[in-house]
Design a protein around this ligand. Structure first.
Ligand code: LLP
Length: 445
């Protein structure tokens, strides 16, 4: 007997999104199917740990951003997760790409991503980063510090100046954790508007004929659950644009407001839709420009997590269940090497067993990894069936961003594969890192 698949999620009017991709349905036998593919079967076929990416979800989120800001440039922040297939999806959906290293840039170049739609930023760009950016002809380089100005200008060889932006710090505190807040002074990114550093840098860039200053760049932080901090930042940055015009007689045509748009990790977490952020940012920009009698600059936003996180699911197999100190620990075959976020930011996740149904009551457990650290926790205090046992498969949603891209080689367990699912089929995008891969880099004795 087959049961009709039931949608797992509904995004309600207030857009407190649930945590599963839109395509996810409850399948028979306690399973979940994503894009028509059973998660339990994927665990069987590709092994665990494995990361599953719903291609349709990535594409529809990219489209939602474009629809939210039809007059703006939407550039995907590659650091959330990048592989060649994602480069293609991003290009096909009409987005640009935000990169922060020669590595991300070279990967995009292997697919012929149009370099003029690439933005390179970074607080400390290496000579290789700058060389690759200039050789490939990236559209914008975001200058992050004073000493970068002359260094970059000296490297521009062609007849045309390199288009640059200045990363400014507006003094707006926002973001899920102090480690991802970049809108205030006292951290390593950008130049402060308040202390005059940003204005000095603008003057210096304007004096370099090999650089063309096209606008300002600002990134407040990450996992910002309200639109208002973006509006406040827009007001401050536009006021600064007015100051630049007053001081240097230059009207900057572009403004990049960075990324930082939140997603739901736990059901009910606040995660405003792209249209909510988009509306407030555009309205505030128009108002602020009118107030300063400035033309409205071309806007860019750089969502990373918002496009990628909800499309990903991590799959693990349970290796052991231990009851100790009044707590239940469910240990799986992955951990902080594929998801360092709980250890780094205290991030919380929800977990679901897939592929085996039972009538067992739910019980609070902590899902831990297999690494040699007590802090190797994947999901603190989650509800799992009481009969959970070794061999069961666990699925962790909202796993598409900053997990595989931040995966490490800790304990030489090898980084997990990434599998795309789309229209009832799966395909391997990134294969599992094998012992041979690790061994091959070990070249000396
Ligand atoms: N633009 C710039 C200049 C950025 O530095 C970042 C992220 C983004 C855009 C994209 O931000 P998103 O839309 O993804 O929030 N590893 C942390 C997040 C670090 C974000 C760093 N910069 C985490 O796992 O929460």
């Amino acid at each position: 007997m087959t049961t009709e698949p039931q949608p797992l999620l509904r995004i309600d009017e207030l857009s407190t999104a649930t945590v599963w991709p839109t395509s996810a349905v409850v399948a028979p036998g306690g399973d979940i199917a994503v894009a028509g593919v059973s998660l339990a079967e994927l665990a069987e076929r590709y092994g665990t740990p494995a990361y599953v990416l719903d291609e349709g979800e990535v594409r529809s989120r990219a489209r939602a951003w474009r629809a939210a800001l039809p007059q703006a440039d939407v550039v995907y922040a590659a650091k959330a997760f990048l592989c060649r297939a994602v480069v293609d999806w991003v290009e096909q959906e009409g987005l640009g790409l935000d990169v922060c290293s020669a590595g991300e840039l070279e990967l995009a170049a292997t697919r012929g991503f149009p370099p003029e739609h690439i933005v390179l930023h970074g607080n400390a760009k290496s000579p290789e980063d700058l060389r690759a950016a200039l050789r490939l002809g990236v559209g914008r380089i975001v200058i992050d510090s004073d000493n970068e100005i002359a260094r970059l200008a000296a490297q521009v060889a062609g007849p045309d100046p390199q288009q640059v932006m200045v990363r400014v710090v507006p003094g707006v505190a926002a973001g899920a954790h102090h480690k991802v807040r970049t809108g205030v002074a006292g951290q390593k990114f950008g130049m402060s508007i308040a202390d005059g550093d940003a204005l000095d840098a603008v003057g210096r860039i304007l004096g370099q004929h090999r650089l063309r200053l096209v606008g300002l760049h600002c990134h407040l932080g990450s996992q910002i659950t309200r639109a208002e901090p973006f509006a406040e930042a827009v007001r401050r940055v536009v006021a600064f644009m007015a100051l630049i015009r007053e001081r240097f007689g230059v009207t900057l045509p572009e403004l990049d407001m960075g990324g930082g748009f939140a997603v739901a990790y736990l059901p009910g977490d606040p995660a405003p839709a792209p249209s909510v952020y988009g509306r407030l940012i555009t309205e505030t920009l128009a108002e602020a420009c009118a107030a300063h009698d400035l033309p409205v600059p071309r806007l860019t936003v750089e969502p990373g997590r918002s496009i990628m996180a909800p499309a990903g699911i991590a799959l693990y197999r349970v290796l052991s269940v231990k009851h100790t100190g009044g707590r239940a620990f469910v240990a799986v075959d992955g951990g902080m090497s594929d998801n360092p976020r709980p250890a780094l930011y205290g991030a919380r996740y929800t977990v679901r067993r897939v592929g085996r149904a039972s009538d067992a009551p739910m019980r609070t457990a902590t899902v831990v990894g297999r690494h040699c650290e007590a802090g190797d926790v994947l999901a603190e205090s989650v509800e799992l069936p009481d009969d959970i046992r070794a061999g069961d498969v666990l699925a962790v949603p909202a796993a598409g961003a900053y997990q595989v891209s931040m995966a490490s080689g800790y304990n030489m367990t090898g980084r997990p594969p990434v599998v795309a699912v789309s229209e009832g089929r799966s395909r391997l995008l990134v294969r599992r890192e094998s012992f041979d891969d690790l061994r091959m880099r070990d070249v000396g004795l």
